[in-house]
Design a protein around this ligand. Structure first.
Ligand code: SAH
Length: 239
């Protein structure tokens, strides 16, 4: 699992048996622990790998400066371009549903701030992500590189088409809501793979979990949710 680059640098400079490396104190660490305890564990998410990733990724780095103080609140927040970073619980619930073990190739649709991609990057081997907004793809890509999440590969384009050149994927996470499951994404899910996607109308949706079993797909409904729309050829039409 990758460590943020700054930690790696710290270890190289000061790491020795006599003086163990000291990461700079993180003023947000306590808020993050509280977030995990009260918003995530208390609501029934118990996968220790997911809880640990949520405790490690500095969510305040993924929100605009004006919202920094609210980064660990129990809500989505605006990230520009009319988009939002999802509520922490929803990020954790979607991630837990994928049951990642560390070896997977994951496809994410809609990188937004890059926060969800950072969480996935700690839990899987590689994360491929597609964002339709060029400014968001650019800023998320820079942010992830700066923070040391080196196994996230950012693409710009219509994510409803997936990334056939890198398929199949062991897991697919769609971070925007669709009227129905985009056929190209289902086609790019590996045998035994899982996809989590919000499905519904533009006002309210529910998370659906698809498992590719044998020739077909097993579909289950999970939490109700409210996401920004997935706009593209196999999603909502541009208005
Ligand atoms: N999970 C993200 C937030 C996602 S917001 C985070 O952690 O910050 C949803 C994102 O999906 C937006 O950035 C939006 O631009 C993007 N999006 C919408 N339709 C898309 C499409 N067809 N392909 C790729 N990205 C899309």
């Amino acid at each position: 699992m990758p460590e943020p680059a700054e930690l790696r640098r710290g270890e190289q400079e000061s790491g020795s048996a006599e003086s163990p490396p000291q990461a700079a104190p993180d003023p947000y660490a306590e808020l993050r622990r509280e977030m995990v305890k009260k918003q995530i564990r208390a609501r029934g998410i118990s996968d220790p790998r997911v809880l640990s990733a949520m405790e490690r990724v500095p969510r305040h780095e993924f929100v605009p400066d004006v919202h920094r103080a609210r980064a660990y609140e129990d809500s989505p927040l605006p990230i520009g371009e009319g988009q939002t970073i999802s509520q922490p619980y929803i990020v954790a619930a979607m991630t837990a549903a994928l049951q990642l073990t560390g070896t997977e190739r994951v496809l994410e649709i809609g990188i937004g701030s890059g926060y969800q991609a950072a969480i996935l990057s700690l839990l899987a081997a590689d994360v491929y992500t597609i964002e339709r907004s060029a400014p968001l793809a650019h800023s998320a890509s820079e942010r992830l590189a700066r923070l040391g999440y080196a196994n996230v590969h950012v693409h710009c384009g219509d994510g409803t088409l997936g990334l056939p050149e890198f398929a199949p994927f062991d897991a697919i996470l769609v971070g925007a809501s669709a009227p129905a499951i985009p056929a190209p994404l289902a086609a790019q899910l590996a045998q035994g793979g899982r996809m989590i996607i919000p499905i519904g109308d533009t006002d309210s949706q529910e998370l659906r979990l698809l498992e590719h079993i044998g020739e077909g797909f097993h579909v289950r409904s999970l939490d109700p949710c409210r996401f920004v729309p997935l706009v593209g050829r196999y999603g909502w039409r541009e208005s």
